[in-house]
Ligand binder design. Structure first.
Ligand SMILES: O=P(O)(O)OC[C@H]1O[C@H](OP(=O)(O)OP(=O)(O)O)[C@H](O)[C@@H]1O
Ligand SMILES: Nc1ncnc2[nH]cnc12
Length: 177
């Protein structure tokens, strides 16, 4: 039977903490057919739409977003963890399971009115994606969609992003944490 994107994703039990089923996309990325299928499916809903830039969330969103941007012939903009970008940045904090984290974008990475596709490997609580959306919007650009390989619907990220008016596209989902 033909393998789907989901079939290429490996689950690691108890990583990084006991009780977590870690959905590992490195096995998808490592397979030529699987990786191409994932990139093709990520950009499929946006065919014919104007997209000026793809923004990727550190770290696995860089691998996917770079390939999507290349295929769409757009620029790529990284959204990084605090302290990694060399130029002038704006910052956005977000809530993690324990405590807070901060992501940043270069303050000249997007122009007002540009249409941006946000890409990451996985949507869990939606905290990381929400912070990315806020950064893009604070630069005056518009998020036209949020594309993920994996959705973990029980963690509520899709509901959170849809409540913000976002269009969410995920290639597969896993029940549970
Ligand atoms: O929806 P959320 O609850 O915010 O979780 C999703 C985020 O968590 C993972 O990244 P992680 O923070 O582990 O960073 P990494 O990619 O740098 O390892 C994943 O790649 C997403 O970016
Ligand atoms: N279960 C999970 N697998 C992989 N990345 C994650 N990020 C948050 N939850 C995750």
């Amino acid at each position: 039977m033909t393998k789907t994107v989901k079939d290429y994703i490996r689950t690691i039990v108890d990583f990084p903490h006991e009780g977590i089923l870690f959905r590992d996309v490195t096995t998808l990325f490592a397979d030529a057919r699987g990786f191409r299928m994932a990139i093709d499916q990520l950009l499929h809903p946006y065919a014919g739409q104007r997209i000026d830039k793809v923004a990727g969330l550190e770290a696995r969103g860089f691998i996917l977003g770079g390939a999507v941007a290349h295929q769409m012939t757009t620029g790529f903009v990284p959204i990084r963890k605090k302290g990694k970008l060399p130029g002038a940045t704006i910052s956005q904090s977000y809530t993690l399971e324990y405590g807070e984290a901060v992501v940043e974008i270069h303050d000249d990475a997007l122009q007002p009115g540009e249409k941006v596709l946000l890409v990451d490997d996985l949507l869990a609580t939606g905290g990381t994606a929400e912070a990315g959306i806020r950064l893009i919007e604070r630069l005056g650009a518009q998020v036209i969609g949020c594309a993920f390989v994996v959705d973990l619907p029980d963690l509520g990220g899709r509901k959170k992003l849809e409540a913000m008016g976002m269009e969410v596209h995920a290639l597969c989902s896993f029940e549970g944490l």
